[in-house]
Design a protein. Structure first.
Length: 223
């Protein structure tokens, strides 16, 4: 019997919309196929593997952290300057240096916790792996005139200091959100564009590792 003829794929089809877009992009932006290839490979090296098992674990931990923060108990905080330093309602407030002579804050769980910044925009670049989270202070913690005399600055410091101390206690007890967290990694830090001791952020480190990976594996993220 004669051999059965196989149907050959057509090579005269028109390029798709995505193919045309890449061709125009190569011509207009990169000017060279080689330069486009080099840029693509560089981005692969500089960008974290979004959608990988490790980052899925990190995102799951962030969701767990969010739920844990929203369920924190209320507390009454007070800080008063004295001749020997400061008299505080909680020991972890003693190192603070506030503007007011006496500051009180009815601490409440955050009103809103949102993921923002470069991770949300998928623009994180190595070696600085940052995941930014904003925490909104509830309106019940503030008064109408707190914009005067650095009152808001003092209350913000009290709020973050108590939040950090609560996280350190949870980390010392075991885990936070299912991911191991060193208590020493939870601390005040300055933003690069605002190195002002009155406006620190709360910084903590976490290790993103794939499920089943050996201990110590994964990448270090700053949150």
């Amino acid at each position: 019997m004669p051999a059965k003829k196989t149907k050959r794929a057509r090579t005269d089809r028109a390029p798709s919309h995505d193919e045309l877009h890449k061709l125009r992009e190569t011509e207009a932006l990169f000017k060279s196929n080689l330069f486009r290839l080099q840029t693509t490979e560089l981005l692969k090296e500089a960008s974290p593997a979004y959608g990988s098992a490790a980052l899925q674990g990190l995102e799951a931990w962030v969701r767990g952290l969010r739920q844990a923060l929203l369920q924190l108990p209320e507390a009454e905080l007070s800080w008063e300057r004295t001749a020997g330093g400061a008299s505080c309602s909680h020991e972890h407030l003693a190192p603070l240096r506030l503007h007011g002579a006496k500051v009180a804050l009815g601490w409440r769980p955050p009103a809103k916790i949102e993921l923002v910044g470069s991770y949300l925009l998928r623009t994180v670049a190595r070696p600085a792996l940052n995941l930014d989270i904003t925490v909104q202070i509830p309106a019940a913690c503030l008064l109408e005139k707190d914009y005067l005399d650095n009152r808001y600055v003092d209350k913000r410091l009290l709020y973050l200091a108590h939040l950090g101390a609560t996280l350190r206690a949870a980390a010392a007890a075991g885990k936070v959100g299912g991911v191991a967290l060193e208590p020493s990694s939870i601390k005040f830090a300055s933003l690069p564009h605002m190195p002002d001791p009155d406006w620190p952020v709360l910084q903590l480190g976490a290790r993103a590792a794939a499920a089943g990976a050996p201990a110590g594996a994964g990448e270090e993220w700053t949150i």
